[in-house]
Design a protein around this ligand. Structure first.
Ligand code: E4P
Length: 221
């Protein structure tokens, strides 16, 4: 399973990129709004920061409702990146989003269909040619449904029908989500930097380091 970082924060992207675990970035309108910057400017900045990752997801804005409006925005976003391949157009799981997805997939543009909450939605998106689908597990857990189970079922479905759409486990909130979606067959987990930090740590690692440091003081120099 690969890691994408789920943020529009430049410092967090730099930190994750530096440690060499990053295969991509996902953003959404809420994450960009939190940064208080212009959407296109931030996407351009991110693309420059991580030029060699597989994918940077830029989501069409909520005012693009029809497929035509989404495609128009997608064309503008693609231009930001000089038509390089790592920009991924993130589209909502609506009928118009699927139509835009099919159109863009035919043009060779990567797509990420977002706000997936059922296996059927994932199947539709895959059939519309999505490069990625994003099931939101944390938000399902929030309403007492099992988000990881959705990821597991989508993975099984894609294997059964030989669909090559990749699953991005999204709305990942804590380390246990990461382990469980990896075991469930997600191709990617998109996570905030705080989760990357958390999964790098263990109290016994810290204790071990303290002991090495204490013993090292006593060693012959
Ligand atoms: C995914 O692409 C979304 O940006 C994200 O994972 C949503 O997470 P949240 O439910 O924590 O907002």
């Amino acid at each position: 399973m690969k890691f994408f970082i789920d943020t529009a924060n430049v410092q967090d992207i730099k930190k994750a990129y530096k440690i060499g675990v990053l295969s991509g970035v996902t953003t959404n309108p809420s994450l960009v709004a939190k940064e208080g910057v212009k959407f296109e400017d931030r996407i351009e900045e991110i693309l420059q920061l991580v030029p060699d990752v597989e994918s940077v997801s830029a989501e069409v804005t909520p005012d693009a409702v029809s497929a035509e409006e989404m495609i128009e925005q997608a064309n503008e976003l693609i231009k930001i990146n000089n038509n390089d391949k790592n920009i991924t157009i993130k589209l909502p799981m609506t009928l118009a989003g699927l139509e835009a997805c099919r159109y863009l997939a035919h043009k060779g543009v990567k797509t990420n269909v977002t706000l997936i909450f059922t296996v059927n939605q994932a199947l539709l998106a895959a059939r519309a040619g999505a490069t990625y689908v994003s099931p939101f597990l944390g938000r399902l857990d929030d309403i007492s449904e099992d988000g990881v189970q959705l990821v597991s079922k989508v993975a099984e479905l894609f294997r059964t029908h030989s669909l090559d759409t990749q699953i991005i486990a999204a709305s990942v909130r804590h380390p246990d989500h990461v382990t469980r979606v990896a075991m469930a067959g997600a191709h990617i987990a998109t996570v905030p930097f705080s989760v990357i930090e958390q999964i790098s740590k263990h109290p016994l690692t810290d204790q071990g380091l303290d002991k090495f440091a204490a013993d090292w003081q006593k060693s012959v120099k």
